[in-house]
Design a binder for this molecule. Structure first.
Ligand code: FE2
Length: 194
């Protein structure tokens, strides 16, 4: 594991602060900053940032060096690309080997995800039975070019690489993951409705 990145096989536990391990193109940082500074609500900000990313998705080779694009059998990896100095947003790249997945979790703030390589399978859950169980609300298979913006509440999900190649995605968070380590609010181990 790179010293400058975060292994997320134990996502949800307090992670170590990360330092920058890759590169985010300047024009993309400026585009995200412009949307964040509009001061819209979380869902609107996520939608606007998603639009900015959709207009200018980078090639994985432009944001991560070769060794970090290979993945790690220990778990999917999160590599910090950029952290805004005022803490209002941060950008990371995630690298998944086939079969690797997150826990079921939600986030402390808005988030935008963009699939750059491979396919990511996402399941979205809703709390049921007064919060005692989870119900599968939606299931998506996201090919390269898929950009999604979401904001709490209602952002409980699990992401998995169900393809047979390395998957790489870019994530923009409305939080400073260089300080927090990740943006996960809670992991869910509740029973899932059949
Ligand atoms: Fe997530």
């Amino acid at each position: 594991m790179s010293l400058t990145s975060t292994a997320n096989a134990i996502a949800g536990r307090q992670a170590d602060p990360a330092t920058v391990a890759g590169t985010c193109p300047d024009h993309l940082v400026r585009a995200v900053r412009a949307e964040v500074r509009r001061g819209l609500d979380w869902q609107q900000t996520a939608d606007c940032v998603a639009g900015a990313l959709r207009a200018s998705l980078p090639d994985p080779a432009a944001i991560l060096p070769v060794p970090l694009r290979r993945g790690d059998p220990a778990g999917y990896q999160s590599h910090l690309l950029y952290a805004e100095p005022d803490g209002t947003f941060s950008i990371s790249a995630m690298v998944w080997l086939p079969g690797q997945q997150t826990t079921i979790h939600d986030h402390v703030a808005w988030c935008v995800t963009a699939v750059l390589q491979g396919r990511e399978h996402e399941e979205i859950f809703a709390l049921a039975d007064g919060g005692r169980t989870l119900r599968l609300a939606a299931r998506n298979v996201n090919p390269p070019g898929t950009v999604s913006g979401f904001a709490p509440p209602g952002d409980i999900h699990r992401v998995r690489n169900t393809g047979d190649t390395v998957a790489i995605s870019m994530h923009v968070y409305g939080a400073d993951i260089s300080r927090l380590g990740n943006s996960i609010r809670r992991e869910y181990t509740l029973p899932i409705h059949p």
